[in-house]
Design a protein around this ligand. Structure first.
Ligand code: HCB
Length: 216
């Protein structure tokens, strides 16, 4: 029987090979073997994407490589999502959470994984999409009155806009009515503390644990 570590390593390698089909096959193998698909996403597929990001930063890979790897990762997530959704079927509704990728930023993979995991945990997720204007976060709080509003930022240049979510919610008199959550690769607990966000989530599992704590 294939182990979790073996399957995670295979998934990482397949993402790094930009091989959609191989990623899909590993994900199907993982489902058949009954291994933990959340670990597969976080320690396998995401580990591969992070490695691609590092090589892009070092100049040994280029944007088309990043695009190809992200397509391979998305193909894997698409295979795993129905399994995850089945795990969450019948879970009692825990309330609403709105989440979007911040203005100027088009990275969606991490935000989508967080949204899926929150849905599985029983939250009603309002997905604001990507490149979300700050005013739309405020409008979403007014319209939906969610328990929490999450922003995702993958670039040092866009994470600064998470501060504006805090400021504009205060200006609209809504800051005390909602918890704010921040995440994305460059975001840290220190950053969350600095801007006054209520929750920093390192990954989707952390987001679920911390959002559940709001209602439990
Ligand atoms: Co992109 N990119 N990229 N990129 N990209 C990064 C982010 C760099 C760090 C790569 C690098 O240089 N090392 C870099 C940013 C540098 C910086 O900080 N300034 C970068 C750049 C520069 C760019 C462009 C500007 C490149 C260009 O055009 N010259 C451009 C951005 C344009 C724009 O946004 N306006 C760009 C484009 C792309 C794509 C389109 C090719 C592709 C995105 C595809 C898509 O999302 N649909 C892409 C990708 C894939 C990456 C890397 C390689 C991986 C990101 C990813 O999906 N990771 C990334 C390198 C990296 O981050 N290490 C690189 C996997 C997910 C699962 O992890 O961290 O997003 P995650 O999410 C986690 C976690 O953070 C947390 O939970 C998630 C699940 O566990 N979380 C939250 C995330 N959001 C949360 C929100 C919450 O409220 C709570 C928790």
């Amino acid at each position: 029987m294939v182990s979790q570590d073996e399957i995670n390593a295979k998934a990482k390698a397949a993402v790094m090979d930009f091989d959609d089909e191989a990623v899909e096959e590993v994900c199907e193998e993982a489902i058949d073997a009954g291994v933990d698909v959340v670990s597969l996403i976080q320690d396998g597929l995401t580990a591969g994407m992070n490695e691609i990001g590092d090589q892009f930063e070092q100049g040994t890979l280029f944007l088309p490589h990043v695009i190809a790897a992200s397509e391979a990762m998305s193909a894997g997530v698409a295979v795993l999502t129905p399994v995850l959704e089945k795990q969450g079927a019948g879970v009692e509704s825990k309330g609403k959470i709105a989440i979007g990728t911040i203005e100027g930023d088009i990275h969606t993979i991490g935000k989508d994984i967080v949204a899926t995991m929150l849905k599985i945990a029983g939250f009603q997720v309002i997905d604001l999409g990507r490149d979300v204007p700050i005013a739309d976060y405020v409008a979403a709080v007014k319209e939906h009155q969610p328990l929490a509003i999450g922003s995702s930022a993958l670039m040092t240049t866009t994470m600064v806009l998470q501060m504006q979510v805090e400021e504009q919610l205060k200006e609209a008199g809504l800051r005390d009515s909602v918890k704010t959550m921040v995440g994305g690769a460059p975001v840290t607990q220190d950053w969350a503390d600095k801007i006054g966000a209520d929750i920093y989530a390192e990954n989707a599992t952390d987001a679920v644990v911390k959002c559940k704590a709001l209602v439990e």
